[in-house]
Design a protein around this ligand. Structure first.
Ligand code: HSE
Length: 379
């Protein structure tokens, strides 16, 4: 296999190291923006050098972002090259276009590292879906936010300081807004829903609430309930109606998710035949993510010629029937919130069962009054 690598940041550097140690694949080019003398003649700045070289059969995209990644990946497919990417933003946004183009061109399109870093989540979700209906999936899909929440719980760390540490360790996105506002998880949720249910969701339709506004008092509230705060992605097929959302959750301390520390991820699916299966591992970082990139390349070498599913049905998630209590910390006065309140809890309140759709719609408006608003599901 002759590979061209687009991008040589945290993950790309790991791919380079792993591929260079193998004798069944060769990294012929690395597309760079700035001079990288250490890469010698492999460094190129012109994508056309890669596209026009018939020896290159596989393009590995780890540059991140939508543009020019989309243009480069599409052009590579049109030039008959397989594509492996770790770019969840690209896949979640252009899922339909890229899967269709890969199919038309007869090339492979794989993105296992895009969800769960080093965990073989998408591969196993694909395997489960080929045998049985996926009833639901749920999990911790972001290393940076789990690292922050775990440190706040265990060490009483300050949000800003622990975020800077996650950036230093190479977990966070270039713009960590995507991590702390939950957008990175939303994209991973969308890709998982595609593979699990054949559903095509748009980013604007999947409700997401991040942890930007979490404070020590919210962690204390979770602890007072014998719970641990985590941020989770959910997807559920209720026979024609599919729900999908991302929100902080106060998880009961005996649950698997509560025990997941540092930048680790855990993602589970449920099927009628298998019951619940959980996948746990390094959700972010150079070598775990690069490991899954190279695993995808090996799959392509072994003949994989497709995406994980062919099913692509445009739909909007319906979260109106997903109901549970919430913890809410809101500084303003609000009649609806007061009417729902069961008990005061520290600086916040516990409210009775509300649908996910209603809670997220209320929070979107309430944030205009109190930008420091925080809420978490209690499940
Ligand atoms: N920023 C992401 C995370 C990287 O923290 O999980 C892996 O997708």
């Amino acid at each position: 296999m002759k590979i061209a690598l687009l991008g040589v940041g945290v993950v790309g550097g790991g791919v380079l190291d792993i591929v260079d140690r193998r004798d069944d694949m060769e990294l012929k080019y690395v597309l760079v923006r700035r001079d990288k003398p250490e890469l010698g003649s492999r460094a190129v700045k012109d994508i056309d050098v890669i596209l026009n070289d018939n020896e290159v059969d596989t393009v590995v995209e780890v540059m991140g972002g939508l543009s020019p990644a989309y243009e480069y990946v599409s052009a590579a497919m049109k030039a008959g090259k397989n594509v492996v990417t770790a770019n969840k933003h690209l896949v979640a946004h252009y899922y339909k276009e890229l899967v269709s183009l890969a199919k038309e061109m007869g090339v492979a399109f794989r993105c296992t590292p895009a969800v769960g870093g080093g965990i073989p989540w998408l591969k196993n979700l694909e395997r489960a879906a080929r045998l049985d209906r996926i009833d639901s999936f749920c999990g911790i899909m972001n290393g940076t936010t789990n690292f922050i929440l775990d440190n706040m719980h265990v060490n009483g760390s300050d949000f800003g300081e622990v975020l800077a540490e996650a950036q230093r360790l190479g977990y966070a996105e270039a713009d960590p807004t995507a991590d702390i506002d939950g957008l990175d998880i939303q994209r991973k949720c969308i890709i998982s829903a595609n593979v699990a249910f054949g559903a095509c969701f748009s980013e604007e339709d999947v409700p997401v609430f991040g942890i930007r506004s979490i404070k020590a008092c919210d962690i204390e509230a979770a602890v007072s309930m014998n719970r641990v705060c985590r941020i989770l992605a959910f997807g559920k097929d209720c026979g024609g109606r599919v729900s999908a959302y991302v929100e902080p959750v106060f998880v009961a301390s005996g649950e698997l998710e509560a025990a997941v520390s540092k930048a680790m991820n855990i993602i589970s699916f449920v099927t009628g035949l298998s019951g619940k299966e959980s996948f746990y591992g390094q959700g972010a970082g150079r070598y775990p993510t690069a490991y899954n990139v190279v695993q995808d390349c090996v799959d392509v070498m072994q003949g994989v010629k497709s995406f994980y599913t062919d099913k692509m049905e445009d739909m909007k998630p319906d979260n109106s029937a997903e109901k549970h209590p919430y913890y809410v910390r809101f500084a303003g006065s609000d009649e609806w919130l007061e009417s729902m309140t069961l008990e005061v809890c520290g600086d916040g309140a516990v409210i009775c069962d509300v649908s996910v759709a209603d809670m997220h719609a209320w929070a979107a408006k309430a944030k205009e009054v109190d930008p420091a608003l925080f809420f978490a599901g209690i499940v």
